[in-house]
Design a protein around this ligand. Structure first.
Ligand code: HEC
Length: 110
């Protein structure tokens, strides 16, 4: 009884697998490399690399308004720590915020 059910389903599985393998595209396009934090000689850059590069790409920074002021970035860094448990040392926060506002915010060198 069991055997008579097993055989047709096995054949079906084989047929499906072959069909899928045959229809598979020959080329795959990989997504572009992740955006890295903008390098500069600010001492907060290295700290930000440690604190901000583990969960997501720096693309998120680029999507922030360039008019964003210091309190905005301060709140952002704090939110990453409290909400998402980002491993950020409290002592490093001012330096990271300074790097962010000068690299992506309204204190960028023109
Ligand atoms: C523990 C993981 C983690 C770390 C570390 C982390 N983030 Fe995030 N971040 C997230 C998640 C998750 C989101 C997506 C939030 C959402 O979709 O609302 C996010 C979103 C963002 C965004 C997009 C805007 C927003 O409000 O969602 C920015 C900007 C950002 N992070 C900046 C930072 C900065 C700056 C640091 C370093 C201080 C940092 N992140 C470190 C997890 C992290």
């Amino acid at each position: 009884m069991k055997l008579s059910f097993a055989k047709p389903s096995l054949l079906l599985a084989c047929a499906l697998t072959l069909g899928v393998a045959h229809a598979a595209p020959k080329q795959i396009t990989l997504p572009p490399d992740a955006v890295l934090l903008t390098a500069n000689d600010h001492p907060g850059y290295a700290k930000a690399q440690q604190a901000c590069a583990t969960c997501h790409s720096a693309e998120y920074m680029l999507y922030q308004p360039p008019t964003a002021a210091r309190p905005y970035w301060d709140a952002m860094v704090k939110r990453m720590k409290t909400v998402f448990k980002a491993p950020i040392d409290d002592a490093d926060m001012p330096l990271i915020v300074d790097y962010l506002v000068k690299t992506y915010g309204n204190e960028q060198a023109k």
